[in-house]
Ligand binder design. Structure first.
Ligand code: HSE
Length: 417
């Protein structure tokens, strides 16, 4: 293992987590030096000892370092910093999925041009292996599908809600534990998982990174009763991101789903992430582990530093072929089974009205449950549908909105993994 001179940029939860692991005295890191830290301000939670501190994070790229570890987050400033480092002949390790999703092609091309490496293992699932494994270890396989719970915060929230906790309280706890993004709306609105599945899709299908105009939906509307109704049919609610090859192109999406409780992903609780790869040689292949937080992210960052330290001139990962632009299938043309939750006025004829609207779009019901009156006097109606085109479901939902007897509607797609 060669000597590695490291500059860390950022001094928040993830950066201090990395620092603490690196100075923890493990033999494996004895040959590595943390030369400087780019920190705009001190962090009372971590004492950097005598390590040189630079208040101008861009100055880190000018120091005598081999690798800059970018942990400032965000997109445009991070891109500028990575660009400067690569142009200064430094390798870059980053945990920043947003910057890789938005600018990965340009940054990787810049790394190649400058004959340095850009590694981003902890951008997806934090330390749980996915990026280098996909790029290296699965290389002999043709991958037809990647389906993952890729956001630790949302899995922490959903699995706690399933146990009875409130959304708001658990989101706060996820922030306190350092799982959530500085702007947690990126976690709960599905964007963070979308960035991650976009990166995995490029690696799995050896294509360019997709644009962000695919279906992205968060968990903000999931409520405790959704778990109750799901449970009646041995299902649970998770946030899933899917990249799948079909006859027309790549299906890409990030949204809540109901999953069978028997599926391997359904059993993952708390901050755990999990990915199922469908492959030709290995068949169905799974990874699962902690997907957020300082320790898990430090594990992924150190795996990149270790790979850099050991790889000499060669690159420890294969980059995808960005010249192949991904052809995304339209979301409205996909077929799902749906859970439909409606809150309706307790009046005769409402069920007949709902049936008529759904039948008009050819939507068949698998199960229908009408529950007792709510405190407000309205009645919940829960429907599990047969498989139907997304666009037909959207027309039916629109049709429901035209009737004052139907007060609220919500759908969750049911995923067969
Ligand atoms: N906020 C992210 C998550 C951190 O909860 O998964 C790891 O990428």
């Amino acid at each position: 293992m060669t000597k590695l001179k490291i500059g860390i940029c950022g001094w928040g939860n993830v950066a201090t987590g990395l620092y603490e692991q690196l100075v923890g005295g493990e033999e494996i890191y004895a040959n590595w030096d943390i030369c400087c830290i780019g920190a705009r301000r001190d962090n009372p939670k971590c004492n950097p000892g005598s390590t040189k501190i630079l208040r101008d994070i861009f100055k880190v790229a000018e120091e005598d370092i081999d690798v800059l570890v970018e942990l400032i987050g965000g997109v445009e400033t991070a891109k500028e910093l990575i660009t400067l480092a690569l142009n200064s002949g430094k390798h870059v390790v980053t945990a920043n999925k947003a910057v890789i999703f938005e600018h990965g092609e340009e940054l990787i091309n810049l790394a190649k041009k400058n004959n340095v490496k850009l590694l981003f293992e902890s951008a997806v699932c934090a330390g749980t292996p996915s990026i280098k494994m996909l790029s290296n270890d699965l290389t002999a396989n043709k991958i037809s599908k990647v389906a993952g719970m890729l956001n630790g915060t949302t899995n922490f929230i959903l699995s706690s809600m399933e146990e009875g906790a409130s959304y708001e309280a658990v989101l706060k706890e996820a922030q306190e534990k350092g799982y959530a993004e500085p702007d947690p709306s990126l976690d709960v609105n599905g964007t963070d998982a979308a960035h991650k599945i976009g990166i995995l899709a490029a690696l799995a299908f050896n294509s360019g990174l997709p644009a962000s105009n695919f279906h992205i939906e968060g968990i903000e509307n999931i409520q405790s009763e959704d778990f109750t109704y799901a449970n009646e049919f041995h299902l649970t609610v998770k946030h899933l991101a899917v990249a799948k090859l079909n006859d027309h192109g790549i299906e890409l999406r990030s949204h809540p789903v109901m999953l069978s409780k028997d599926s391997s992903l359904a059993g993952l609780k708390g901050v755990r992430n999990g990915i199922q790869f469908d492959t030709d040689l290995l068949g169905e292949f799974h990874v699962a582990g902690s997907g957020a937080g300082r320790e898990s992210t430090a594990s992924g960052l150190i795996s990149d530093l270790y790979a850099l330290s050991n790889s000499g001139e060669s690159n420890p990962m294969q980059y995808p072929d960005f010249s192949k632009k991904p052809n995304l299938v339209k979301f409205e043309d996909l077929i799902f089974k749906y859970y439909v939750y409606l809150e309706v006025k307790d009046e005769p004829g409402v069920l007949a009205l709902i049936s008529k609207i759904f039948a008009g779009q050819g939507i068949g019901f698998d199960k229908v449950i009408q529950k007792d009156q709510l405190d407000n006097g309205n009645v919940p109606v829960v429907i599990f549908t047969d498989p139907i085109l997304e666009k037909d479901m959207q027309i039916a939902l629109q049709g429901l909105k035209n009737h004052p007897e139907i007060l609220n509607s919500k759908i969750i797609r049911i995923e067969d993994l």
